[in-house]
Design a protein around this ligand. Structure first.
Ligand SMILES: *Cc1c(COP(=O)(O)O)cnc(C)c1O
Length: 398
């Protein structure tokens, strides 16, 4: 088999020569002509039943060839039989929850995780009772009605790692969903470690250019079928143009992830040495939980860094105000560098006690390092940190 970098360039493009095209065809049809009613009804049944394709796509909520092509590419990269794409990462998670709700009403969740995922689960909106546990408690807290175990690694925003193999073993028969958004298939392939569902907010690294909202679940064909049925029924579709853009980003995925990671390794060391910074969370510095999984489960430390300003909330807010090259914004995994304040923004919806327990402090900032030159990024970050530190010193003196 070819290597990852090669597969990333060619996945979902295998039929190009036969079609005599060099870029993926973009099909924007909402409906498809049904001249042969017998074929039409059989296709309708197949697609509503969750089949990956049928002789007639019938209607774009049931099937779209451009979306299917992107899904095929992502299944190749995650090493799974199938991939099902949704309108966003949250729509993808919701579809899995709605499907699992039919198997039981209890779900075990390891914190920390993405703020809105935490909120969706804690709210019980999908009819599941979420129990938040430590990874080491999964086996003991499993119940006969436990329908799913959810972990996120690296976790948002603390970059703590969770042992996927151990979670799968502890879950027994219960399927494990791994939110692998921060890792991408370049750095980690959870299905090979036993995860049933690999979830990505494709809005982040997979899209990679800050212009697509998308979510995907990579899994076996058996698990994909009911997810397609949920998608057809609830309508949380990925638009074909978004699928086209997502597919367009894949050939450079490995290049982007590796360059951003090299930058993050430089910035993490410089941040750790700076007196205005009291703590740096980065797998490469071994300052996160389960850092020993680096090199085995996770092939590299990635390009997200969380760091704490010694000056607390005021200093963190000032850094957001002072950056010039970096964009002060939520989201991550884009070619450009983004910096944000988890407690005030992405993790605002998480309960105060869970924030405190997860280390989401008022002085914490999360940096999604892009592919710019590392020295330019450091120049910008250093001036922002120093301006923030002196502004807080002046405020303290006044
Ligand atoms: C952004 C994100 C999500 C949610 O994805 P959307 O595409 O914004 O709906 C879920 N998990 C993680 C880890 C994320 O970073």
């Amino acid at each position: 088999m070819t290597r990852f970098d090669t597969r990333a360039v060619h996945a979902g493009r295998e039929d190009f020569q036969a079609l005599c095209v060099h870029a993926p065809p973009l099909d924007l049809s909402t409906t498809y002509p049904v001249a042969d009613l017998a074929v039409g009804t059989a296709s309708f049944d197949a697609l509503v039943g969750g089949e990956a394709g049928a002789p007639n796509p019938i209607y774009a909520r049931l099937h779209n060839p451009t979306v299917a092509r992107t899904e095929a590419a992502l299944a190749v990269l995650e090493g799974t039989e199938a991939c099902v794409a949704f309108a966003s990462g949250m729509a993808a998670l919701t579809a899995v929850l709605l499907e699992r709700r039919q198997h039981g009403a209890h779900v075990l969740v390891v914190r920390p995780l993405y703020g809105t995922s935490d909120h969706l689960l804690a709210s019980g909106l999908c009819g599941l009772e979420a129990e938040f546990v430590e990874a080491g408690e999964i086996a003991a807290r499993r119940r006969p009605d436990t329908a799913l175990v959810i972990i996120e690694t690296p976790a948002n925003p603390t970059l703590d790692l969770v042992d996927i193999r151990a979670a799968v073993a502890a879950a027994g028969e219960v399927p494990v969903l791994v939110d692998s958004t921060f890792a991408t298939p370049v750095l980690q392939t959870p299905a090979a470690l036993g995860a049933t569902y690999v979830l990505h907010s494709a809005t982040k690294f997979l899209g990679g250019h800050g212009d697509v909202i998308a979510g995907v679940v990579c899994c076996s064909e058996e698990h994909a079928r009911p997810l397609r049925t949920v998608r057809a029924a609830t309508g949380a579709l990925l638009h074909p143009l978004a699928a086209y853009l997502l597919h367009r980003g894949l050939p450079t995925l490995a290049l982007r992830v590796e360059r951003a990671q090299a930058n993050a390794e430089v910035l993490s060391r410089r941040l750790a040495a700076h007196p205005a910074v009291s703590r740096v969370h980065y797998p490469g510095l071994r300052t996160v939980r389960n850092a020993h999984l680096l090199g085995t489960q996770q092939r590299g430390p990635g390009s997200l860094i969380a760091f704490e300003m010694a000056g607390g909330y005021q200093a963190a807010a000032a850094v957001m105000r002072q950056v010039r090259l970096m964009t002060p914004a939520v989201s991550l995994g884009s070619v450009d560098t983004l910096i944000q304040h988890p407690a005030g923004l992405t993790h605002r919806v998480v309960s105060e006690s869970a924030k405190a327990a997860s280390g989401i402090t008022p002085g914490l900032l999360r940096l999604s390092v892009g592919i710019e030159h590392a020295d330019d990024l450091w120049d910008d970050l250093r001036q922002a940190i120093e301006a923030a530190a002196s502004a807080t010193r002046v405020a303290d003196a006044a």
